[in-house]
Design a protein around this ligand. Structure first.
Ligand code: SF4
Length: 254
């Protein structure tokens, strides 16, 4: 479906949305984002990882028919696939869209499934960024679970961000702390990803995620030993860009 051309430029709408909702709480930001005509067609992108259940639960209460895009890299832990089906069913989420790389692309670029060992950026591009970018073609905005406390590349994120002139990225939990997440999960008796109890506070693909020791940064187990914090490949104005992320553009929600 073509993008709504009656909407004002992305940067203009983002500035206005941040002005209007700057002092709102996470739930209010999400509620407005789901309904505000300036945001347009919106979906949630979820990895069904360690903390994903917070936004999934909020969505299930406000609008369970909201499209939820689940990126199955085909490198996920089997526990994640079971958890994804379980959470979707328990929360009554009615529009889960599982997205994957095309067979042809995998056959051409990663036929033996070992690309992550030699070129993790290319593997993330193949299995996450490109399929996500394709799926997001139907949307004017997407909701992510990114938070400021998650590290350098995320420490200044706002509730609303411009992803080039393509679409809006909504980060309702931008200002939440780890304790806020924990409290929300406990207070709402939400199911935890089974690997959290086994020392995985942040969960991505199986080959690129290791358990974290007490005292370590929760994301220390992601791409351990590699100079890599995010998927590493971004789409800016429709073009693939490698390298560090400029402040006002996007990266995938790893
Ligand atoms: S996290 Fe690892 S296995 Fe998953 S897509 Fe990226 S490089 Fe590949």
């Amino acid at each position: 479906m073509p993008r709504d051309t009656t909407l004002a430029p992305v940067a203009e709408r983002v500035a206005d949305l941040n002005d209007r909702y700057r002092h709102h709480a996470a739930v209010a930001v999400l509620e407005h984002a789901l309904r505000d005509p300036q945001v347009g067609r919106i979906g949630l992108v979820s990895s069904f990882g360690a903390e994903s259940v917070v936004l999934l639960h909020m969505i299930s209460v406000m609008a369970p028919q909201t499209p939820v895009l689940f990126i199955d890299t085909e490198m996920l832990f089997p526990e994640t696939l079971v958890y994804q089906a379980d959470v979707a069913q328990k929360l009554g989420l009615s529009d889960i869209r599982t997205i994957r790389a095309s067979r042809a692309a995998v056959a051409a670029h990663d036929p033996d499934g070992l690309l992550h060992q030699t070129d993790p950026d290319a593997c993330c591009a193949l299995r996450k960024t490109e399929p996500l970018e394709r799926a997001l073609g139907d949307f004017d905005a997407w909701i992510t679970g990114r938070k400021r406390f998650q590290g350098q590349t995320r420490e200044t994120i706002d509730f609303f961000e411009a992803e080039g002139d393509l679409r809006i990225k909504v980060n309702p939990l931008a200002h939440w702390t780890r304790d806020d997440l924990q409290d929300y999960i406990v207070n709402n008796r939400l199911p935890r990803h089974p690997l959290v109890a086994q020392g995985y506070p942040s969960i991505g693909c199986a080959p690129c995620t290791s358990p974290v020791k007490p005292g370590e940064d929760p994301r220390a187990g992601r791409w351990r030993g590699q100079d890599k914090e995010e998927c590493g490949i971004h789409f800016i104005n429709g073009k693939v860009v490698r390298g560090p992320l400029p402040k006002t553009t996007g990266e995938t929600a790893a």
